[in-house]
Design a protein around this ligand. Structure first.
Ligand code: HEC
Length: 285
């Protein structure tokens, strides 16, 4: 009996180029996939990869017209030809965290690896399982054209396990999967984030204008309570009654999941963290 069970596992391990006996060749449990879907929600449903006029979840194609060229969000469905179906877990992890593709090329950091690199091992494993669980869809994305080399960024070293609660959890989500920092920190001419204006807003991708979300009273969200910030993340409604617009609306609504699916505790943790960052006077609009 034992022999019968070992053979398929060995075959699966060989197919994935893994040394025999490596546990990750096993089918992910539904529980792991569900946890991964929640990580996907905390990333705003990786919404850049599902344009509203696209052919389906995660099929890519969103066009980013930058002054240094044009890039397109890629197909990250499990389709073997046009998506990530043939990639190993390690290759997928490297692309998400470090922007390294299996062919050795580097992703342009519009893919927010400076932040996604912070996703802890346990949550990334779940996210990878979720990405593999969705429908494979064949869809070819146009090649990018860049006038500058892909800049090198310092990639953080991820923790093994994600913080579970409190301020640490809030900081982890905002500077990791949630990539609030990515959109809300303006960039310098070479595309690197201008950390002197950390979370102080400014022009962002797709012609967006991200708000100042530091606790500055006049130009930021200093007047919002933690509960109001948390409510906004889960509903898209501001204390003024106004609705979220632009890319913020996109990440709140998400795709198969988004910020709207954040647990109350996680939304409050992010809000609490935002209250602790330095207030920066920066009028965005
Ligand atoms: C994909 C880009 C993007 C991401 C990711 C993103 N935001 Fe935003 N956010 C925006 C844009 C653009 C606006 C301006 C649109 C608006 O005010 O409705 C905005 C508006 C806001 C506002 C409203 C502020 C105001 O004064 O009206 C808050 C609060 C906010 N974001 C918090 C966050 C937090 C917290 C995160 C991470 C959990 C986050 N955002 C992630 C792009 C983004």
């Amino acid at each position: 009996m034992i022999g019968r069970r070992v053979v398929p596992v060995l075959a699966a391990a060989l197919a994935l180029n893994l040394p025999a006996g490596v546990a990750s060749a096993a089918e992910p449990t539904p529980e792991l996939v569900a946890r991964g879907k929640y990580v996907f929600a905390t990333a705003g449903g990786c919404a850049c990869h599902t344009p509203p006029d696209g052919v389906g979840l995660n099929t890519g194609g969103t066009k980013f017209e930058l002054f240094i060229g044009v890039v397109y969000a890629r197909n990250i469905t499990p389709d073997p030809e046009t998506g990530i179906g043939k990639w190993t877990d390690g290759q997928l992890t490297n692309a998400i965290r470090r922007g390294e593709r299996p062919d050795g090329s580097k992703l342009f950091p519009i893919h927010p690896y400076k932040y996604l690199g912070n996703i802890a091992d346990d949550e990334l494993e779940a996210l990878v399982a979720y990405l593999r669980s969705v429908k494979p869809i064949k869809s070819t994305v146009p090649a990018r054209s860049l006038k500058i080399p892909v800049p090198s960024l310092t990639i953080p070293t991820a923790q093994k396990t994600a913080p579970r609660e409190g301020l640490a959890r809030g900081a982890y989500l905002a500077g990791g999967a949630g990539h609030c920092t990515e959109c809300h920190t303006p960039r310098r001419f070479d595309f690197s984030p201008d950390d002197a204006k950390f979370l102080a807003g400014g022009p962002g991708p797709q012609g967006s204008l991200a708000a100042n979300i530091t606790p500055h009273v006049e130009t930021g969200i200093g007047r919002w309570t933690e509960a109001q910030i948390a409510r906004f993340l889960r509903t898209g409604v501001k204390p003024s009654g106004q609705e979220a617009s632009s890319l913020m609306k996109t990440v709140i609504a998400g795709t198969s999941a988004g910020f709207k699916d954040l647990t109350e505790a996680d939304a409050v943790a992010i809000a609490r963290y935002l209250k602790t960052v330095p207030a920066i006077e920066h009028k965005v609009r």
